[in-house]
Write a protein that binds this ligand. Structure first.
Ligand code: 5GP
Length: 125
């Protein structure tokens, strides 16, 4: 079920538990601001989730409440993950689902990073 984008942060969401080390993940990157790991149900040859370390429900929550340092640190981390996986030259796709219409399921902000193949229509008709 899509999340309520206005719900308070749930400290027991799956990504909060991954951040605390209570659940495993296939980590590919970590710095002060972000953690990145392979999606458990990949939709492309490369499908990585990049999440901020701080407690933000969604892109909306993040862009209202995060500090400038958290925002720049997180966005730079997304770029670093793409570069480290050799995705820049062939190209890649970023996606952040927000709320019900965006069909966001996990209530901790995450950016999907897709690569490793050609993508076509952005939204299936
Ligand atoms: P959303 O629909 O919220 O944008 O995407 C959530 C993503 O999290 C999905 O692509 C789903 O496969 C992934 N996911 C859900 N649970 C886990 C998990 O426990 N581990 C990992 N690595 N990915 C997960």
């Amino acid at each position: 079920m899509p999340i309520d984008p206005y719900a308070p942060y749930d400290d027991n969401n799956i990504f909060a538990r991954i951040l605390r080390g209570e659940l495993p993940c296939k980590k590919v990157y970590e710095d002060d601001f972000a953690l990145a790991f392979h999606d458990i149900n990949p939709q492309a040859p490369v499908h990585i989730l990049v999440i901020p370390k701080a407690r933000y429900v969604s892109w909306d929550d993040f862009t209202i409440h995060a500090t400038d340092g958290e925002i720049s640190g997180f966005i730079r981390a997304v770029g670093a993950v793409a570069r480290e996986h050799g995705l820049v030259e062939p190209g890649y796709r970023l996606l952040a689902n927000v709320g019900q219409h965006g069909h966001q399921e996990v209530p901790h902000l995450h950016v999907h990073l897709f690569g490793g193949r050609q993508f076509y229509a952005m939204i299936p008709q």
